[in-house]
Design a protein around this ligand. Structure first.
Ligand SMILES: [Zn+2]
Length: 238
C-alpha cells in the first residue's frame, strides 16, 4: 500500500520535490542518480532508491539508511552508490544534502579536461573552481571510495566525477538541487561559448566578473522558481 505523503519540509518530501525538479531539467540518465538528505534526528541519511527516474519518484522510493548502509525505514533497497552520500555527509557537517546525477553537459565538459570557467551569473557557486575526481573506479560503492570523493570535494559546492557524472552539495535539498542545475547550466554555456570560438582569456579567472550567484539566498530564490515551474507544469499536465 502506498505510503501517506509526509509533511512538507520533511527529508523525504524535500527529496521527492528535488527529484521532480531535476526530472524537469534533463538530469536523469534515465533512471540513475539520487538525492539524499541528512536525518535531522541523527539517525542517518534519507535517500532516493536506485532504478527510478527523477520525474517518477514517489515517497515510497525514499528510504532511511544509517551511515553503514543498513536500512532503517522504508523499503529500499538503497542505491549501490550510497557511500557517495554517506561519506560526503560524514566529512562535511555543513552539508545536509547531496545530489549525484549524470547531466550531459557537465559530463561532456569534464571529459574535455578543461576547467569550468565561471563567467556567467549563475556560475557564482563555482567561482572557486570545481574539483575533479578522475580515478577510473566505475561506481563508487565502498566507504573508502566515498571518502576519497569527499576528500577531493573538499569545501567546494560541486565536483566532476570524470567519465561518470557530478555531485552537488548544499545546506538543504533546495540548495543542493539548485547547485546541480546551475553547474549543468554553467557547463552548457561554456560548451556554447566553445562552439563560437571559446571563452575569452580575460574571463578565465573565476570570481572577477559577471559572477553574482554565490549566496544561499540566490540559490533559494532560484529554487522557489523551479518549484513554481514544476507545480505549473503538473497543473497543466504537460
Ligand atoms: Zn552515478
Amino acid at each position: 500500500m502506498p505510503t501517506a505523503n509526509p509533511p512538507h519540509g520533511t527529508p523525504s518530501a524535500d527529496i521527492v520535490t528535488g527529484c521532480h525538479v531535476l526530472g524537469t531539467d534533463d538530469h536523469g540518465d534515465p533512471v540513475w542518480g539520487h538525492v539524499s538528505a541528512r536525518d535531522p534526528g541523527g539517525r542517518g541519511v534519507w535517500l532516493k532508491s536506485g532504478g527510478r527516474g527523477f520525474d517518477e519518484v514517489s515517497y515510497d522510493d525514499v528510504a532511511l539508511i544509517d551511515f553503514d548502509g543498513a536500512l532503517r525505514e522504508g523499503t529500499g533497497p538503497p542505491p549501490r552508490e550510497y557511500p557517495l552520500h554517506t561519506e560526503v555527509l560524514r566529512a562535511r557537517p555543513d552539508v545536509n544534502s547531496v545530489v549525484h546525477c549524470h547531466p550531459p553537459y557537465s559530463i561532456a565538459l569534464a571529459a574535455t579536461g578543461q576547467p569550468l570557467h565561471a563567467f556567467s551569473n549563475g556560475a557564482g557557486p563555482f567561482a572557486g573552481g570545481v574539483p575533479r575526481f578522475e580515478e577510473p573506479v566505475g561506481l563508487v560503492q565502498t566507504a573508502e571510495l566515498g571518502a576519497a570523493v569527499a576528500d577531493r570535494l573538499g569545501d567546494a559546492r560541486g565536483l566532476f566525477l570524470v567519465g561518470h557524472g557530478i555531485i552537488a552539495v548544499g545546506s538543504s535539498v533546495a540548495t543542493a538541487v539548485t547547485t546541480a542545475i546551475l553547474l549543468e547550466r554553467a557547463c552548457r554555456l561554456q560548451i556554447l561559448a566553445a562552439s563560437a570560438g571559446g571563452v575569452s582569456p580575460e574571463l578565465h579567472h573565476p570570481g572577477k566578473r559577471y559572477v553574482h550567484a554565490e549566496s544561499d539566498g540566490y540559490l533559494l530564490r532560484t529554487w522557489e522558481y523551479l518549484v513554481r515551474r514544476l507545480e505549473a507544469t503538473t497543473r497543466s499536465g504537460t
